[in-house]
Design a protein around this ligand. Structure first.
Ligand SMILES: Nc1nc2c(ncn2[C@@H]2O[C@H](COP(=O)(O)OP(=O)(O)OP(=O)(O)O)[C@@H](O)[C@H]2O)c(=O)[nH]1
Length: 378
């Protein structure tokens, strides 16, 4: 059997369908948006190749226009997928405008072979090269591994498509027909196939990076309030403690416990209790400085470590938090939220962070015993 370009185009459709199947099976449909968008891009491209092949069986104008529109829309979805992992805003006029303009122009100039080839190749080339720039430009967020792999994959394809556009401008008579087994078509298909494969691999890497980051976030933060969990707060705190001891710098630990929290739960329900905890933690994060570590020590008890600070700095945090609770949190909840606090500073010769925490905790206990809604030095 003679291998013609049409057979290769059909193989492109089969490849894409298989990759989509593998992605749906391997990554699942409930994945985060970047991978879903990439999968949708491949589905659109599979539809495009099927329509382009079908154009040879009937309704050439309709099928070829549908194929071109699906192809260009597929690249719009690749752009959306990349933007999702790059965490950048998308340009809707670009996403919608390029496919619509391409489809309309393709339909209008269909009878002119060179013109319709030019329309499609210019649209795809522009999309791919723009996407390549977005991925590779300095300062883009995201790990360089997936960005470079995706950028090179799409850049190679974009360059190939741009060459096709140039070829149809300078030598329209020698530009091969779609079904001809001409080397331009063969090279084009090989590059497209490699680009789809490498691009998928790159987006799988981005997906894995994102999943890793998410796991790290889950392992280090408190699920309810978003502040550091106790284990991670201790780990980070220990690093600050060692630095403070080595360089003879100050360090303060502030322990905070919401007053009569059981009563809040019992009176307003557990959900309102959770909301009070969340708002309390948010207010606490607002009133500390950038290097300070805020953690949830357990239940309704929070801990703050202030590097390079003294007791007065911690007491200032305490005052700001009381003001924030009174002005911002209590009106939202509909009842007053107060807390007791214990504060302790690193002392000369102290060998463990636990010692400072223990003193701050004792001071907190004294604050509770002393009538609550106050701070005590330990
Ligand atoms: N809603 C909610 N409640 C919690 C959570 N963690 C702990 N609690 C509750 O917090 C309450 C703490 O009660 P206590 O230790 O008696 O303290 P308190 O009522 O604040 O009294 P004082 O600390 O002495 O002022 C308990 O009822 C816990 O069930 C949580 O994540 N969400």
């Amino acid at each position: 059997m003679k291998l013609d370009a049409l057979t290769l185009f059909a193989s492109m459709f089969i490849n894409l369908t298989l990759i989509v199947g593998a992605l749906l099976l391997g990554v699942g449909r409930k994945t985060r948006s970047g991978m879903r968008l990439w999968t949708a891009a491949l589905v659109l491209q599979a539809v495009a190749w099927a329509a382009l092949v079908a154009a040879y069986k009937g309704w050439p104008r309709e099928m070829a226009t549908l194929g071109s529109a699906a192809m260009v829309t597929g690249f719009s979805f690749m752009y959306l997928a990349a933007k999702s992992y790059l965490r950048q805003p998308v340009s809707l006029p670009w996403v919608v405008g390029v496919p619509v303009v391409t489809a309309v122009l393709h339909w209008l100039v269909f009878e002119n072979f060179a013109a319709r080839i030019l329309v499609v190749n210019v649209a795809i080339g522009l999309q791919m090269l723009w996407l390549t720039w977005l991925l590779l430009r300095p300062g883009s967020t995201g790990s360089w591994r997936w960005r470079w792999l995706a950028g090179l994959a799409l850049g190679a394809s974009g360059a190939m498509v741009a060459c096709r556009a140039v070829l149809v401008i300078v030598a329209p008579e020698s530009y091969p027909r779609f079904e001809s087994p001409h080397w331009v078509n063969i090279v084009g298909l090989i590059v497209s196939n490699a680009s789809v494969m490498a691009g998928t691999l790159a987006f799988l890497l981005a997906y894995r990076d994102e999943a890793e980051q998410e796991l790290k976030r889950l392992a280090t933060t408190d699920g309810l309030t978003g502040v550091l969990n106790r284990r991670h707060w201790m780990e980070q705190g220990l690093a600050h403690f060692n630095l403070a001891r080595r360089h003879g710098r100050g360090l303060v630990v502030l322990m905070l416990d919401i007053d009569f929290f059981k009563r809040i739960n019992d009176t307003y329900g557990h959900q309102t209790g959770d909301r009070a905890l969340t708002l309390f933690a948010a207010a606490l994060r607002q009133v500390v400085r950038q290097p300070d570590l805020v953690g949830r020590y357990g239940g309704e008890e929070f801990c703050v470590l202030l590097p390079m600070s003294d007791l007065a700095a911690a007491e200032a945090v305490d005052q700001r938090l009381r003001a924030a609770l009174a002005h911002d949190v209590s009106p939202v909840l509909g009842f007053d939220v107060t807390f007791s606090a214990g504060v302790a500073a690193l002392r000369e010769g102290e060998v463990g962070l636990e010692d400072i925490i223990a003193r701050a905790d004792q001071a907190l206990y004294a604050a509770k015993q002393g009538g609550r809604n106050r701070i005590v030095r330990g």
